[in-house]
Design a protein around this ligand. Sequence first.
Ligand code: KIV
Length: 275
Amino acid sequence: MYSDKSQQKISKPVTLSTLKKMKAEGEKITCITSYDASFTHAMNAAGVDTILVGDSLGMVIQGQDSTLPVTIEDMCYHTAAVKRGNTNAFILADMPFMSYSKPEQALDNAAKLMQAGASMVKLEGGSWLAETIQLLSQRGIPVCAHLGLTPQSVHKLGGYKVQGKGDTAADLLLQESLDLVAAGADILLYECIPTELGKTLTETVPVPTIGIGAGHHTDGQVLVMYDMLGVNLGHTPRFVKNFLSQGRSIQEAFEAYISEVKDGTFPGPEHGFKS
Ligand code: KIV
């Protein structure tokens, strides 16, 4: 629906309940990263469901070679900017490297992000995060757990590699997912895992799943905005598609992405990984 004055889509604010309902009803959840008010405004006008203030800003905004140098102050600054440009989307904000290594420290830093305007915080890791997620959840802070390829662990992982390949790794990812849901995680985000594993996980866990390089079966999809607009400094990952081609405006590119995620056209088989 459009208002006569602004030509912007008018819809109700997206909440965690909306996202759970979308999973239950099989409606795909759309997510794009944003770091400022202006792009956030255009994404809202295009009708995006959720926006991730990703610590990918370390690479795409700051020109760092990983997300590790990003600080909680950086994340609060960009979360506040996104919040000011936002109307309806549900805002996830990344907790940066080493800002949640202990539960009490995580609570203090998550509170800063929520006060800056986040609707949910995102943390990278597996079962070791259970105690932290339980504490945040008990204190009323919604949590998204990011599993699979976790970029803050790039040096431990030995590079940006597909995770969860083979039965043992797949079983471990499933067990870790269940542990984090039991601890209170409200959303699970999977990065760079085989398409079939994305399907199994999405069918097994009771909370919405969002994927990036995790195939088309996850409940939602996320892309880094700069990647989907074809603005990147180096290597383009396999799971990325440039939606700004074909003479589109930026807002039309966001609309095309949203439409292709909703109707299941994106991601295609060529964007996924084999087991
Ligand atoms: O920081 C980020 O943009 C992310 C996405 C890659 C999911 O975590």
